[in-house]
Design a protein around this ligand. Structure first.
Ligand code: PMT
Length: 403
């Protein structure tokens, strides 16, 4: 399961006003059934009481190097042995400096120095402190040790300034955490994914579109990023936030999607077209709102470019091309036909009539059709489905390099 269930996370909280946000992160971790142990620095306790963290985690908080309680002796060694990852949030300039210089002058820095598990640092500080060469040097030094950094957000800071230095959103840190528990098997590859619907304008007020929410394509983008890929996501109009760590390109029409894809496809090792591109668009878009004072109107539609077929026609050796087929009947035959006609390596066929499959739901049930075989997957979350598609892409790549 691509989530944090059962993962043992050591949450290090340090002395920033953003410490209160760490309490919310802890709640999210506990909700996902992660097992969280909290270590607080003395400065962190000035901002939030340890009681808050112990109430939320269901465990007392570790604070003191010299605690004599029997289960706390040698905590600096045992805590990291009993965790899968350390998440420092918020991480102050002071803590980052401490860690960069291998100092062991409080429990948290000592635990981290003694740890041989992944460490994720989520900085939060004033923007001048963050951009100071000393902090930047310390961050680079920690990166050279293999520590992972979560880019702080930008906006109004507690000190009143506007700039970089806000503790990132939980979703961003969560993605970094999840990537630690995934194989890095797409590292070195660039994947181009399309998602969502397109909109084709009729007049300034109306458009033709479809029911695609973008959830399938965004799940593909998130999972590919977690597995180490560079991700370019070309998305039609959707109500979803861009996944962190990817290049997102927002488009509206099929023609815009075509241009965005064609401009970038040559850099991609894999192209996955999960977008529901409108097959037709109005021949003309009226300059003014079409009036309803008539019995009915006739719309002249013309065909949109078939982006996938165009990619299939200019295939280069080594690039894997994946299409989706949204079908309401004859699923297997239609999938086979589109595989051949659009000249792709893999067709992902999904049923758009099922209550839990296809458009705008969290799950999907697909058949993966390649030139050799058809594999029907069970009903899975869209993220799990996406992971199975990446597994198949890797299999096709290894078969093609062995051929
Ligand atoms: O976004 P969600 O709500 O999560 O829903 C997911 C989904 C149902 C949209 C998705 O799983 C899906 O099936 N996407 C493909 C929808 C579709 O357009 O299917 P199609 O059978 O009409 O097209 C076949 C393929 O050709 C698709 O890869 C499509 O992107 C591509 N195409 C189609 C028309 C066109 N003009 N250009 C294209 O590139």
């Amino acid at each position: 399961m691509p989530d944090l269930r059962g993962k043992r996370i050591l949450l290090g909280v340090t002395g920033s006003i953003a410490a209160y946000k760490a309490a919310d992160w802890l709640r999210s971790l506990v909700k996902e059934e992660a097992r969280v142990t909290v270590v607080m620095t003395e400065a962190a306790e000035r901002f939030v009481s340890p009681l808050t963290f112990s109430a939320l985690s269901g465990q007392s908080v570790y604070r003191d190097m010299f605690d004599e309680a029997p289960d706390r002796i040698m905590a600096h060694i045992n805590l990291s042995r009993e965790a899968d990852a350390i998440l420092v949030a918020p991480a102050t300039a002071q803590t980052i400096a401490r860690l960069a210089h291998g100092m062991a002058d409080n429990l948290l820095s000592t635990v981290i120095l003694a740890a041989r598990i992944p460490v994720i640092i989520c900085p939060a500080m004033n923007s001048f402190m963050l951009s100071h060469p000393a902090t930047q040097d310390n961050i680079r030094r920690l990166e050279s040790f293999g520590y992972h950094f979560v880019q702080p957000g930008s906006g109004e800071l507690a000190c009143g300034e506007i700039g970089d230095g806000r503790l990132s959103d939980w979703d961003v840190a969560r993605e970094t955490l999840l990537s630690l528990f995934q194989p890095n098997d797409l590292k070195g590859q660039t994947v181009l994914i399309t998602a969502g619907p397109t909109r084709e304008a009729l007049d300034p007020a109306r458009f033709l579109t479809n029911r695609s929410s973008g959830k399938m394509g965004f799940a593909l983008a998130r999972t590919a990023r977690r597995r180490g890929a560079e991700v370019i996501l070309v998305a039609g109009p959707v109500q979803l936030s861009d996944p962190p760590g990817i290049e997102a390109v927002h488009v509206t029409t099929a023609e815009e999607m075509r241009r965005a894809v064609m401009d970038r496809a040559t850099t991609a090792d894999v192209v996955v077209k999960s977008a529901a591109v409108a097959d037709f668009r109005p021949l003309v878009c009226a300059d003014h709102k079409i009036k309803k004072g008539q019995q009915g109107i006739q719309l002249d539609l013309i065909k949109n470019p078939d982006i996938l077929a165009e990619l299939g026609a200019m295939r280069t050796h080594g690039r894997i091309l994946v299409g989706f087929a949204a079908e309401s009947r004859d699923h297997a035959d239609e999938g086979q036909r589109k595989l051949r006609e659009k000249n792709v390596d893999l067709m992902v066929v999904n049923d758009i009539l099922g209550a839990s499959t296809g458009f705008d739901v969290e799950t999907n049930q697909v058949t993966l059709i390649d030139r050799r075989e058809a594999l029907t997957l069970p009903l899975l979350s869209k993220e799990e489905t996406a992971d199975r598609i990446w597994d198949k892409v890797l299999q096709l790549q290894s078969e093609s390099s062995a051929a």
